[in-house]
Write a protein that binds this ligand. Structure first.
Ligand SMILES: Nc1ncnc2c1ncn2[C@@H]1O[C@H](COP(=O)(O)OP(=O)(O)O)[C@@H](O)[C@H]1O
Ligand SMILES: [Mg+2]
Length: 289
């Protein structure tokens, strides 16, 4: 069965997008999985990383982004068509991967944030059911669906949680980045009370932008491991995504000649390639289709 995973943290800049895009590409290339990335973040970073700015601008103009879907539900219009909006060949690897698709976000999303609650009145559906109603007939086409969520637990994120089996929390292993984790867990617990079709479960916490030479990072990881011991957290991923300069290049959509994951994620001493490879393998052992 299709497995849907939301990538969440209340904080920005903790590697959510980088991990979403990398795991999607590793699943597609090294494991031949059929993957859909749903970009719910108004920042539109995973969209641009996977299809480039030019293609995004065209699609944004033609109402082929999730912004159009939500706006339709607020304004009672019919501009969005799911069939046309799924990009069926995403990533700059090998000129695009047939088995990696993306449902794009839009920077315009920001403009409608305050009006999302009006969906109740206009469309007469629960505001967190919008995405579910739109994609449910498409989910079976995929093995894994990864949802890049905005750094909050508002209506848009709830739309992601509502179709998810799992959520994953990437975090920099420091005090500020891990500070919000209990809050995320308790908010999701609340959300589960109204969610239909089974609870969304915490898959685990994954450390990113990790530096082994930083005591603070290691101490934070020890604290997280203790929380796993005490049952407060289900899992801390063994794989740590290192701080690596290649990570910034990897979310840059470069149309020219990237053929392998090794080229894209690099073979430097930090071993970003190896860590995304083992993160993906770890994830596959926990979440089977
Ligand atoms: N492992 C990493 N090493 C170095 N820089 C990283 C790493 N992961 C992400 N970054 C950089 O940190 C910034 C935030 O990462 P991003 O994935 O966009 O986080 P988020 O989606 O949580 O806001 C970006 O500039 C990105 O290129
Ligand atoms: Mg992001």
């Amino acid at each position: 069965m299709t497995q849907v995973i939301s990538i969440i943290n209340l904080k920005g800049g903790v590697g959510k997008t980088t991990i979403t895009v990398a795991v999607a590409e590793f699943l597609a290339v090294e494991h031949q999985k059929r993957v859909l990335v749903i970009d719910l973040d108004p920042q539109t970073n995973s969209t641009v990383a996977l299809i480039g700015e030019e293609e995004w601008a065209k699609r944004n103009q033609n109402s082929q982004t999730l912004h159009a879907l939500f706006k339709d539900h607020i304004d009672d219009t019919y501009t969005f068509e799911m069939e046309k909006s799924i990009v069926r060949k995403a990533s700059n690897l090998r000129g695009g991967l047939e088995n990696l698709h993306v449902l794009p976000s839009s920077l315009d999303f920001v403009k409608i944030q305050d009006r999302l609650i009006n969906i109740w009145q206009t469309a007469l559906i629960r505001p967190y059911d919008v995405l579910k109603n739109a994609v449910k007939s498409h989910l079976d086409d995929y093995d894994y669906v990864l949802i890049d969520c905005p750094p909050n637990l508002g209506i848009v994120t709830q739309n992601g949680l509502n179709i998810s089996h799992w959520y994953l929390i990437p975090t920099i292993p420091d005090h500020l980045s891990t500070y919000g984790i209990p809050q995320i867990i308790s908010s999701v617990k609340n959300f589960n009370r109204k969610k239909e079709g089974g609870e969304v479960k915490l898959l685990g916490v994954v450390a990113s932008l990790y530096r082994s030479s930083v005591n603070r990072h290691n101490n934070t990881l020890d604290r997280l491991a203790a929380k796993v011991q005490s049952g407060e957290l289900p899992r801390l991923f063994e794989t740590r995504v290192p701080l690596a300069s290649k990570a910034a290049d990897a979310t840059y959509y470069d149309v020219n000649g990237i053929n392998t994951l090794k080229q894209k994620y690099g073979n430097s001493t930090e071993n970003l390639y190896g860590s995304f490879q083992s993160l993906t393998e770890e994830l596959l052992t926990y979440v089977q289709i």
